[in-house]
Design a protein around this ligand. Structure first.
Ligand SMILES: Nc1nc2c(ncn2[C@@H]2O[C@H](COP(=O)(O)OP(=O)(O)OP(=O)(O)O)[C@@H](O)[C@H]2O)c(=O)[nH]1
Length: 387
């Protein structure tokens, strides 16, 4: 039976926000797996280039530290992606990622300190290349939290602020000021990007909810909440296929409210609607969880009963008829009752018929014929094909 899909309300908007952030964190962790592939060769290349200006051991130590940090980052990402994460875990993961991300950026930003050779243009070009590469790479990571953008920029900003103190040159001071402006611009762009990505994830989640809601509406009869004709036919085919495979019998009941026009004429259309809604409760209580109910349209209902032979199907139909007849419906201060006529068709376990769709349509036509017989024989009764 299709159930009403979960629609977010204001009360769980906090929960929804956490779920969205978890979705973004998942995208971020997935992106970082590719970083885990690209970072090691880059660390080796940067280490090899750095050895032109600093002792080889220092450059090698840096390459090894960077490889280790990359490995730890990749492990964290894989650990996060291993299973579905709950909103309660979000703060813990955000801290873990901020820490790991911060260490990664710090290690990559550090050549600005240990690799700097004052007055050597090639060396400075090399370091700028490393920094620009680092910042663009981290910006492309679709960070799920503004904190991670700050983590990217702060080490570089700190270095740009501290270096002029040691250089003592006006030119370098201007160079640092320009660098700081660049960082501020990148931070702004990064935060805007993060906002757009958050919006995209939120819209995607809302879209999914709308699609779910539309699917539910397209499959359900609005008055009774039962599967409508189209959905009943889809689900019914599956039950027929399953019955065939397991070589089990199956029965179909076709129900029609008796003299329903009179009910409408006497109690109004609203009274008629109440009577149709009141049918749902006995239909549900008289059937089992695996049985399939549906409203075919108007005052006509259908029940598909897996694992039911003719005797069992007749007993269920009779139980249903009595439960409906014994019910009292309250409308406009007065009470009234309704009765139904039921036609029963069964499919024996060994019967070989056409495909599931044809079989279901055939069973419905047979049950409909028996319903007609029940109507002609006085209504408020169950009629079944002679075996
Ligand atoms: N209130 C209400 N009435 C409906 C709905 N759908 C169909 N009807 C009415 O149901 C009535 C069906 O009447 P008929 O087909 O003549 O059958 P009946 O009066 O039940 O007579 P028998 O089936 O021969 O016992 C019509 O008056 C329809 O307008 C609905 O969703 N709500």
């Amino acid at each position: 039976m299709p159930s009403e899909p979960h629609i977010a309300r204001d009360t769980d908007s906090g929960l929804m926000a956490s779920r969205l952030q978890l979705d973004q964190l998942r995208a971020y962790a997935a992106n970082h797996r590719c970083d885990g592939v690209l970072s090691p060769p880059m660390a080796l290349l940067v280490g090899a280039l750095a050895s032109y200006w600093v002792p080889g051991t220092q450059a090698t130590l840096w390459s090894l530290t960077t490889l280790l940090v990359t490995l730890l980052n990749a492990t964290l990402c894989l650990q996060f992606l291993r299973r579905e994460r709950q909103p309660a875990e979000l703060p813990r993961w955000l801290w873990a990622f901020s820490l790991a991300h911060g260490t990664h950026v710090l290690v990559w930003a550090s050549p600005m300190i240990w690799g700097w050779q004052s007055g050597d243009l090639t060396n400075q070009m090399f370091l700028i290349l490393v920094q620009v590469g680092l910042i663009s790479a981290t910006n492309a990571m679709s960070h799920p939290h503004p904190r991670l953008y700050l983590v990217d920029q702060l080490p570089v900003m700190a270095i740009l602020l501290i270096r002029p103190l040691f250089e003592g040159s006006v030119l370098y001071l201007m160079f640092s000021a320009l660098g700081l402006l660049f960082c501020a611009l990148l931070l702004y762009v990064g935060l805007q990007m993060q906002r757009s990505i958050s919006d995209m994830f939120r819209l995607r989640a809302e879209n999914e909810q709308l699609i779910q809601r539309l699917r539910h509406l397209a499959a359900t009869d609005a008055l009774t909440g039962l599967p409508n004709r189209r959905h009943f036919l889809e689900l019914g085919r599956d039950l027929i296929r399953a019955a065939r495979e397991r070589r089990r019998p199956l029965a179909l009941l076709m129900l029609d409210v008796d003299r329903f026009k009179q009910v409408n004429d006497t109690y109004g259309h609203a009274g008629g609607d109440l009577a149709l809604q009141a049918l749902v409760q006995p239909l549900r209580t008289a059937t089992r969880a695996g049985d399939l109910l549906g409203r075919l349209g108007g005052e006509e209902f259908v029940v598909l009963l897996p694992d039911s032979d003719p005797a069992q199907a007749f007993a269920i139909a009779e139980r249903l008829r009595q439960a409906i007849a014994g019910q009292r419906i309250e409308a406009d201060g007065s009470g009234f009752g309704i009765t139904v006529s039921i036609g029963v068709a069964t499919l024996c376990a060994e019967c070989e018929l056409g495909d599931a769709r044809e079989t279901l349509e055939l069973m419905m036509a047979r049950a409909d014929r028996m319903l007609y017989v029940a109507k002609r024989s006085g209504r408020d009764r169950v009629e079944q094909e002679a075996m």
